[in-house]
Design a protein around this ligand. Structure first.
Ligand SMILES: CC(C)=CCC/C(C)=C/CC/C(C)=C/CC/C(C)=C/COP(=O)(O)OP(=O)(O)O
Ligand SMILES: O=P(O)(O)OC[C@@H](O)CO
Ligand SMILES: [Mg+2]
Length: 259
């Protein structure tokens, strides 16, 4: 089946232009606990957010499907929805694409290739665009769900060289999108030095997330070379953060004067 490559092409095009993108991370397990969930989805789509990422460390398939349907109804299909799966159980035809994550910072074979083998037959039959992604977990000062669930050791916060070596190994294996994640709710986001170094050595679209809970942190990560920022906890705690960060990104992108 020809799945197309619109999302990956969009990421490449935006990188070439130097424009900045934002993704809201939606955790299906938390949607019923958030009183302003619907407003957050609606306002994010009204302000033309670039992507919705949907997933979590602990998500069941029924919740995932219900969540995707609710997002589609609220955003009326105007924002691409990309699965950000914690396991092969988090697949759904309701999304547009999937980050086919390999946890290359870890040494857990299940998350390097195991879950991928389980998911591949269903993905082959689906229309989801598959985005092969080198996923790197970075120490953000506190223990995070991904660290615990994956049973892997994150890359030390102050070792950009280790992140570069890991990303290069992923690049030589054929991965062409990278994700540096300090983990959901990280105290310290990924450092500017690490973002800059990984970006310089791979040259591929770079997604950065974990602990981005203020405009200042978002600006810093974009300035260092991130292409797509992911915000989850920050938006759950302060729903106006997305509008504020998006406003900055739209002004910045407009100043690039790309045609
Ligand atoms: C490719 C397929 C089918 C599966 C990939 C499986 C891999 C490699 C997963 C990596 C490890 C993992 C558990 C990732 C989860 C990433 C994620 C969606 C994190 C979102 O944050 P939470 O960990 O739910 O944070 P909270 O504790 O704040 O809810
Ligand atoms: O929830 P936050 O800290 O924004 O992290 C988002 C995401 O990168 C976690 O995988
Ligand atoms: Mg979660």
């Amino acid at each position: 089946m020809n799945k197309g490559s619109e999302l990956r092409d969009l990421l490449l095009q935006r990188k070439k232009e130097g424009s900045k993108s934002l993704a809201l991370l939606i955790d299906p397990e938390k949607m019923d606990q958030q009183t302003s969930f619907d407003e957050l989805i609606q306002s994010s789509s009204d302000f033309a957010i670039d992507f919705f990422f949907v997933g979590g460390s602990l998500v069941n398939r029924d919740k995932l499907t219900a969540c995707l349907q609710r997002i589609k109804r609220l955003a009326a299909g105007s924002v691409p929805i990309i699965l950000f799966p914690g396991s092969a159980m988090q697949l759904s035809e309701e999304a547009d694409g999937i980050l086919f994550l390999s946890l290359i910072s870890g040494r857990n074979p299940e998350l390097l290739i195991g879950q991928h083998v389980l998911a591949a037959p269903s993905l082959a039959k689906s229309a989801l665009e598959i985005i092969p992604t080198g996923y790197m977990l970075v120490n953000g000062g506190n223990a995070t769900s991904v660290e615990y669930i994956s049973q892997t050791i994150p890359i030390p916060h102050d070792k950009p060289d280790l992140a570069v070596a890991t990303a290069l190994a992923g690049k030589y294996l054929g991965l062409s999108v990278f994700y540096l994640d300090a983990g959901s709710g990280a105290e310290l986001p990924v450092s500017s030095e690490m973002i800059h170094a990984v970006n310089r050595h791979t040259g591929y679209p770079l997604i950065v997330g974990g602990g981005i809970n203020s405009l200042a942190r978002a600006k810093q990560a974009w300035k260092a070379g991130a292409d797509v920022l992911v915000i989850g906890n920050g938006a759950e705690k302060n729903p106006s953060l997305i509008a504020e960060v998006l406003h900055y990104a739209k002004c910045y992108n407009a100043s690039l004067n790309v045609n």
